[in-house]
Design a protein around this ligand. Structure first.
Ligand code: PMP
Length: 331
């Protein structure tokens, strides 16, 4: 038996996540589909990586000094990652998020010792949007930095330097495609760039939820959104600095129903409890694998744990109110 070695501190637990073969999706696509288990990070999401890289970058630039404060506007997972990294390195964290986000994320952030600032949901053009509010708080707080995950490319560097080489090594260099959705775009752009540095022929796909503008941008050169999605953490309406130059070869528009179909099947058949962005990614992986052809080896991201959504995705009243199908065992 080989067990992972002892590590010297909790930050060393970020990344190096396992890759799991997904049986149902592989069968559905006639391909080999693998999920990167980002729920296995200490903060239970892919955003721990961005949090660590952003904080290390601020330290290296001399912007963040001992005892300083990290401020961010976040739908939740980045805040969770930043709060943990801040605690581990002796910083304070202030997290600004829209009050429409899941109850679990808010409770989790408070429990993790972050100072939580809730603001009403508002469009990005509104100065009180949570991103602008977080920047203001950072500017007004002594010794504070603004993490700025959307336009700080230390975010995508996390994936160029960790996620991509991990997937490449885990798949022994035998990988035909990679796909995921975009929130900040750090994961898709960074992992895509990192994988293409190993092999330019790898097809990088974007799985875009309804209500996001990137599908139309990559398909037709126009940022245009249609429909809506209840998926948290994904769905982008602009080209963030992290998305600039992202090597996207193929794009797929994925509905919440398609994502939920895989969330349900992966839970019921494979014992994986995931959030909706993971389901949308898996639906995208099936579509990309079919496009590449029989036997294609495709990796995607299992972004966060479903335990974070017990009051939403796993709650029949909530699902019914949104007009979404309820998992049969919850009926
Ligand atoms: N899924 C979830 C649940 C997230 O919280 C995020 C982060 N916003 C993403 C996917 C997308 O990751 P990224 O910001 O790297 O595009």
């Amino acid at each position: 038996m080989t067990a992972p070695a002892i590590v010297s501190d909790s930050l060393s637990l970020i990344g190096n996540t396992p890759l799991v073969r997904l049986a149902g999706p592989s069968e559905a696509a006639g391909a080999e589909i693998y999920g990167k288990c980002e729920f296995a990070n200490p903060g239970a999401s892919v955003k721990d990586r961005a949090a660590l890289w952003i904080v290390r970058d601020a330290e290296e630039r001399g912007a963040l000094k001992p005892g300083g404060t990290i401020v961010e506007g976040t739908a939740g997972n980045t805040g969770i990652g930043l709060a943990l990294v801040a605690n581990a390195l002796g910083y304070k964290s202030v997290i600004v998020m829209p009050e429409t986000q899941s109850r679990e994320k808010m409770d989790t952030l408070r429990a993790l010792r972050a100072e939580l600032v809730l603001v009403p949901a508002a469009p990005f053009s509104n100065p009180n949007h949570f991103v602008h509010t977080s920047r203001r708080i950072a500017e007004e707080t002594d010794g504070a930095i603004w993490a700025n995950q959307f336009d700080n490319i230390a975010n995508r560097r996390a994936h160029i330097e960790s996620t991509a080489p991990e997937i490449w090594a885990q798949m022994d260099g035998r990988i035909d495609g990679f796909i995921c959705a975009a929130g900040t775009g750090g994961t898709i752009a960074g992992t895509g760039m990192g994988l293409k540095a190993f092999d330019e022929a790898i097809t990088v796909g974007l799985a875009d939820p309804h209500g996001a503008a990137l599908y139309n941008y990559y398909a037709h050169g126009e940022l245009k959104a249609e429909g809506s999605s209840v998926a948290e953490g994904i769905g982008q309406g602009r080209i963030t600095a992290n998305l600039e130059g992202a090597p996207i070869d193929a794009q797929f528009r994925i509905s919440d129903e398609e994502g939920l179909y895989w969330v349900e099947r992966l839970l019921a058949e494979e014992g994986l409890c995931l959030g909706l962005s993971s389901g949308i990614n898996v639906a995208g992986a099936v579509a990309l694998a079919k496009q590449i052809g029989p036997g294609a080896r495709v990796a995607t991201i299992l972004c966060d744990t479903g335990f974070r959504y017990l009051s939403s995705l796993y709650n029949p009243e909530w699902l019914r109110a949104k007009g979404l199908p309820v998992f049969p065992w919850l009926e």
